[in-house]
Design a protein around this ligand. Structure first.
Ligand code: GRF
Length: 205
């Protein structure tokens, strides 16, 4: 069974979508840990309600916070297979990325490589998409490397936004698709159907 850790910073609806897919047995996986850079956030509360072990990471001067090194050791001891960044707003340190090469994925609420990079998160993304006049937005799930939103793309889903009247409307439409694409990709990892061939990521049927 695929052992997952999910990193969060806010609402946690994507975490919820993964947990729901596991509950419904659409994915053979277990969320072992939920990690947040914020002690107070809805995502951590919902993890606790689901009986999942949680950790706070980053600000080690505060009590109850763990260093990336601590978390890395915990993940290695527990043989975590996949780390999912689901609305995690901090940049992951390079050492941590090196320790889990090809095991960290992120969900981004637009079609990368457009509308990504530093500062492009949450409503900032949807506002930029709206202001661009683009008729299509979407969701990207990609591997995490040392540059913001730059790692290899695993899967994408387009969302028609030709008739939207606000960035909020884009956010709403995109989020619905996020909740489908992320469990789909995690499921593919659990079936070992994500392959790297000639520098491209292939998702097998
Ligand atoms: C999502 O839009 C995700 O794409 C982005 O952050 C948001 C997190 O939402 N990386 P939630 O916390 O999962 O509800």
């Amino acid at each position: 069974m695929l052992k997952i850790a999910v990193f969060v910073s806010g609402r946690g609806t994507n975490l919820g979508a993964i947990l729901e897919a596991i509950k419904q047995k659409k994915i053979l996986a277990e969320v072992k840990f939920v990690v947040s850079n914020k002690k107070e956030c809805a995502a951590l509360n919902s993890a606790e309600e689901n009986g999942i072990k949680t950790y706070c990471i980053g600000n080690v001067s505060k009590s109850d916070y763990h260093s990336y090194e601590d978390i890395s050791n915990i993940f290695k001891n527990e043989e975590i297979d996949l780390i999912v960044l689901a609305g995690f707003l901090k940049k992951i340190p390079d050492d941590f990325i090196d320790s889990f090469e090809n095991k960290i994925i992120n969900i981004h609420p637009a079609l990368l490589p457009s509308f990504g990079g530093k500062g492009m998160y949450g409503m900032n993304v949807h506002k930029a998409v709206f202001e661009s006049g683009a008729k299509v937005s979407g969701v990207t799930v990609h591997f995490v490397d040392k540059v913001y939103d730059n790692g290899m793309i695993i899967s994408q889903k387009c969302v028609d936004i030709s008739d939207v009247a606000s960035p909020e409307e884009i956010a709403e439409r995109v989020l619905q698709q996020e909740h489908k694409l992320l469990p789909y990709v995690v499921g593919k990892f659990s079936e070992n159907k994500i392959k790297k061939i000639d520098n491209r990521i292939i998702v097998e049927d």
